[in-house]
Design a protein around this ligand. Structure first.
Ligand code: TYM
Length: 372
């Protein structure tokens, strides 16, 4: 792993060089040709594809080829319920919803209350299951189709998943798991088995429907190590290898690093009150100059300005407007105070809307959830 940044399923540190990371992980970049193929089927390109927020993949070309021949895939994504949902988590979910709509496909959504219990010393199993149900409200609020979306927590859907987990686990040696995840002598034995659980939904629909169905996983690239295991095992169990489409990370509001629940002051949670969200944004790192005068003279750097990055990742769908926001930052036309105020209004509006949908979701949980 490169010295300047670290990306694992449990930790993302430093300023990620995505070119390097894709090379290290051995994934493929999403190129123009692939974008054209998606656009041809979907009729448009989601802004997260146009901007290269979803930038890398494994076997996406194969998924599209199968789809073109009438063989539909299903989507699989998830959440590790270690706390409330933050807007970083919404990136892959909003994109997954778009995929579901455009390709008219089913979605399996796994909540790993087992994983987060095993890796977070401070959380009880009751805590992670409770957070799972809090997170489910956010998932439903994103707007997935209840007819085609199946959400489950691992502890409540364990019986259905366990046999397949065993079959997967038998093919994964400790030395492979150690190399992929960095387990060591002091790792608890629960977490060394867990990667088999996260691999299960890659194949579960094929088992339930008694025919091989291609799987496409949208997620940020931190989850990729899991899919290496799943892809390794797939042919040995007679399944297709799961395909992936990987996103970059929306940064936190501080000077570096991805948005992460372990940095609550620089993270916007979907459960934050609109005023708290505003306060967090007003205190954000903008990467601008020390004084207004210098900012006007020298300008700032939109690549490291978290305000610019928020527009880019989520809060402005119009590419032209994003370009203007970046230009204004670069030229010093906009000062960071005004810039933050405008974004704060946008984010407040987003949170108010999301929280309304989240409230309504409380009566809809049973439309989505699978249990044994
Ligand atoms: P978790 O809960 O860490 O993250 C949930 C999803 O959010 C993505 N993500 C981000 N995306 C953009 N910007 C960020 N700052 C950011 N932070 C997190 C993650 O990549 C993930 O897609 N072990 C998993 C749960 C899981 C899962 C899956 C995830 C089980 N099955 C299948 C994806 C696909 C976890 O703890 O995710």
């Amino acid at each position: 792993m490169n010295e300047d940044f670290v990306v694992t399923p449990w930790e993302v540190k430093g300023r990620v060089d995505y070119e390097k990371l894709a090379k290290e992980f051995g994934t493929s970049k999403i190129d123009e040709k692939l974008l054209k193929r998606i656009e041809k089927i979907a009729g448009e390109l989601h802004f997260m594809l146009r901007r290269g927020i979803f930038f890398s993949h494994r076997d996406l070309d194969w998924i599209l080829e199968k789809y073109g021949k009438g063989e539909k895939f299903f989507l699989y994504t998830g959440r590790g319920p270690s706390g409330h949902t933050h807007i970083g988590h919404l990136i892959p979910w909003i994109f997954t919803k778009w995929l579901q709509e455009k390709f008219d496909v089913e979605l399996y959504f796994q909540l790993t209350d087992d994983e987060k219990f095993l890796v977070k010393r401070e959380l009880s199993l009751e805590d992670t299951t409770n957070y799972a149900y809090e997170n489910i409200l956010d998932i439903i609020a994103v707007g997935f189709d209840p007819e085609k979306t199946h959400i489950f927590t691992n502890t409540e859907y364990a019986k259905t998943q366990y046999k397949l987990a065993l079959k997967i686990a038998k093919h994964v040696t400790f030395s492979t798991a150690k190399a992929v995840f960095g387990f060591n002598e002091s790792s608890n034995i629960g977490i060394t088995f867990f990667p088999a659980m996260q691999a299960v939904p890659c194949f579960l629909p094929s088992v339930l429907k008694k025919k091989n169905i291609p799987c496409l996983i949208p997620a940020a690239i931190d989850q990729d190590p899991y899919w290496r295991i799943a892809r390794d095992v797939a042919p040995r169990l007679g399944f297709y290898k799961p395909a992936q489409i990987h996103s970059k990370f929306i940064p936190g509001l501080g000077p570096s690093g991805k948005m992460s629940a372990s940095e609550p002051k620089t993270t916007i949670f979907t459960t934050d009150s609109p005023d708290i969200a505003e306060k967090k944004i007003m205190g954000a790192f903008s990467g601008g100059q020390a004084t207004a005068e210098l900012q006007r003279k020298l300008g700032g750097n939109p690549e490291i300005c978290s305000i610019c990055q928020y527009y880019y990742f989520l809060f402005e769908e119009d590419d032209e407007k994003v370009r203007k926001i970046f230009d204004d930052e670069r030229s010093g036309k906009i000062l960071s105070g005004e810039h933050k105020k405008e974004l704060a209004q946008r984010v407040k509006k987003f949170i108010i809307e999301h929280q309304k949908k989240r409230e309504k979701a409380k009566d809809r949980i049973e439309e989505f959830v699978l249990r044994d």
